[in-house]
Design a protein around this ligand. Structure first.
Ligand SMILES: [Zn+2]
Ligand SMILES: [Zn+2]
Length: 143
């Protein structure tokens, strides 16, 4: 499947091919910290198909729990996460961050990874009141 995306500020645009059956929700703590939320949705790129259309990415190199170095690519202007991949200069799988893809609605997670560190309240997420926009959020109930 062909996908394309843009960071929040529009400085970086990119495209790639992905397999829509390989979408995962990652609950690792690094994804929680870097995304600022409770999990991140990822999809591996078909090797050799990732292209930056304009702009350029900044790379942060982290040490994974395994001890391996991993590159985290993001927009240097607005900080949008674009992919995680092998350390700079090494070949390997890139995992795109689905939230920055225009086709995000079509990319449904097939499994959840790193649930060891998943937020426990996610199990009841579907029970929370739904508010279509931020404007009319219900006031919290007090016990
Ligand atoms: Zn940006
Ligand atoms: Zn993760």
């Amino acid at each position: 499947m062909h996908v394309d995306g843009e960071c929040l500020c529009g400085f970086v645009a990119f495209e790639a091919e992905v397999n829509p059956d390989m979408v995962f929700a990652c609950h690792c703590t690094d994804c929680q910290i870097q995304s600022g939320t409770s999990f991140r949705t990822i999809v591996p790129v078909t090797p050799g198909t990732f292209k930056v259309e304009h702009g350029e990415l900044r790379i942060f190199v982290k040490t994974a729990e395994s001890g391996k170095l991993r590159s985290l690519a993001f927009c240097p202007e607005c900080g949008t996460s674009i992919y995680g991949g092998p350390k700079p200069g090494e070949d390997g799988m890139l995992n795109l961050r689905v939230g920055a893809l225009r086709q995000r609605d079509a990319l449904r997670p097939r499994a959840r990874l790193w649930t060891r560190s998943a937020q426990p309240w996610l199990d009841d997420f579907h029970k929370l009141p739904k508010v279509e926009t931020q404007g009319s959020a219900p006031s919290p109930k007090r016990d």
